[in-house]
Design a protein around this ligand. Sequence first.
Ligand SMILES: [Zn+2]
Length: 379
Amino acid sequence: MPPNQRSKHLKPVRLLLALLVLAGAWMGFCCVVPPSMKHVKSPRRGRVYNNCVAIVYSKHYQMSMGGLERLHSFDIRKYARIYLKLNTAGLLRPEDVFVPEAVTEAEILLVHTRKFLMSLKDSPTVARYLEAPVVAPVPNALVDAAILNAFRYSTGGTILAGRLALKHGIAINIGGGYHHAKPDAGEGFCIYADMPIAIRVLQKDRLIRRAMVIDLDVHQGNGTAVCFAGDDSVFTFSMHQGDIYPIPKESSDLDIELQSGTDDRKFLKILRKGLGDAIDRARPDIVFLQAGCDTLKGDPLASLAMSLEGIVQRDAMVIDECVQRNLPVAMVLGGGYSKQAWEVQYASIERTLKKYGITGGRPPHPRRNPTGKEKLYTK
Ligand SMILES: [Zn+2]
């Protein structure tokens, strides 16, 4: 199609998409958002469970593109689903949550290039990073408000989780884990390299010298590996399926490749064997755990064969090891593309809260049924 005809053809498409995004944002903020989400005001101090576990979340993690976001394989509502179930199960109240600010440009520039920041002003480029062609024709101001803003808040959440882990021992960001983002480009649904940014912020503030990233998402943490290539102060450990994206792989300090079909028994055996030595080699002041649950059997983007219980045990193995070593650990959620993904990560967070955050393992608040608005919001 000649360029002038193409731009004529694109105009109504852009207008329609803009209207859809605005309608979605309006619905999201005015009609459907449940009151418990509105209470999550930004930024705000929360409550540390048992002086040990802190939960980080912001209502700004949600992306709203007028329903278009549902066309993507990433269930962006998984963060809200996990947050709301923690509320209805009596494990959490909105006032217990630590609410982050968005990451600042200066913080982003500790890892990313200015050229990369400029590239985000081009919607087709953002669409390529997110593997979401539907984003390409959307006006950039709306892409920034509806999508990039959410990534900035969840990256701020990973920084806050790092700070809280150093203070209290364990912190969980109900978001983050964008381990494919590189200094000069996003890829694989990832924009800002949240864990590297958090590590650089903590180093800059002289809160840590050394850090370790333990990446158990089914995909290799290729972006994290590139961000820390040649840097002896950060040890990157990635355990992932060998024959899927990203191909080719980058070099982490320790890479363990798994075969398609790896089940709980095999996965946990390999992790148990490698984890202690890896931490000994890393000598970190803090661990960032990327707990992607796309290792689950049936995940559409991979073919390992772990169960919900196996993934809970996997995360527990890392967190317990850190606690035994008195080593701060900040967990972020990463990938997970099956319908069950949010339930797996909920179960993992529930286990950590019940083991370390709550005396006797009993929920501290009454259980309740979700409200109609909450059900609607997380559908
Ligand atoms: Zn993944």
